[in-house]
Ligand binder design. Sequence first.
Ligand code: FMN
Length: 370
Amino acid sequence: MQTELSRKLGVEHAVFGFTPFPAVAAAISRAGGFGVLGAVRYTAPGDLKRDLDWLDAHVGGRPYGLDVVMPAKKVEGVTEAEVEAMIPEAHRQFVRETLARYAVPELAEGEASGWRITGWMEQVARTQLDVAFDYPIRLLANALGSPPADVVARAHERDIRVAALAGSARHARKHQEAGIDIVVAQGYEAGGHTGEIATMVLTPEVVEAVDPLPVLAAGGIGSGQQVAAALALGAQGVWLGSIWLTTTEADLHAPALTRKLLAAGSGDTVRSRALTGKPARQLRTEWTDAWDDPAGPGTLPMPLQGLLVAEAVSRIQKYEVDPLLGTPVGQIVGRMNSERSVQAVLDDLTRGFERAVDRINRIAGRSGQS
Ligand SMILES: Cc1cc2nc3c(=O)[nH]c(=O)nc-3n(C[C@H](O)[C@H](O)[C@H](O)COP(=O)(O)O)c2cc1C
């Protein structure tokens, strides 16, 4: 699974893996892919430094990258406390009532909420970058818009390629104008924040729109046949997020959640604003149903919704409250039916890719191996 881009980056397979877990990122790079660590959950620079130290020591000298979330629309000049004060009391009451209905226990006194995600506030993302630029990262990816010009310039000074996620050809062209090197065309099927265009339609549109920039296809990819399809559509590689959640290296901290993922079908996700205030695909649960119910107060815009539900999500996770327990995940969850190592996932992708190429060769009347 080699392309011009994978050769330039010095990786064996044009498979880029987004993951919030350092152990998964390291395993992806060691297995010949390109591991990218998601930084959004790191609110303390010391924690990111600790995990980058670990990652750097465990990638076996292979390239790896970092993903930050700098929204195009900034929240500037306000403190976290001031942002938090904007949350209406009716919404807080709705959270309390919903948790009470399911008898979700409180966190222990002084226990921090592990899900307090503020990495999408620009000042937090910038502290993450200050840490990350001290490491030999080879790729910096940004979700939710083009990174600011000074960040692109800092990355390029260090010979770091900059990637940005796009859900439409229009967004992709904006990234190109902002000097981005690689566009991740992320379709509607994907886990996490998504647009409304499916990967099959989006990928060739983006490839055409930003030519000659390399494009990675993302969203709904979990087999080698799908990798072959993405490359056939003109992508220079694939960007996978969901598939790693049920690898043995992932640490979801909730065995019940792993069980739910393994049991879920491809129709068991929903694109909901419940987690962050922007539409993000995730497991459909009674929690997402409550937020999406027109009888409820509705969700708040980012970053308010994320701050509002942070503690609740931590409590649901910690106590594994089954009906409410969820995570961002894409429609490919329907194929995630057994726990496997990252290496086993890469091996499976390679085998499936070879079978697809052989099949197409046979259809085209060509003999020979892929
Ligand atoms: C649990 C989870 C968390 C995610 N968080 C982020 C994130 O912080 N930043 C980002 O750029 N993308 C994030 N994504 C999206 C991935 O980068 C990727 O585009 C997506 O997972 C690809 O589609 P797939 O889920 O079908 O593989 C997340 C995806 C998942 C499943």
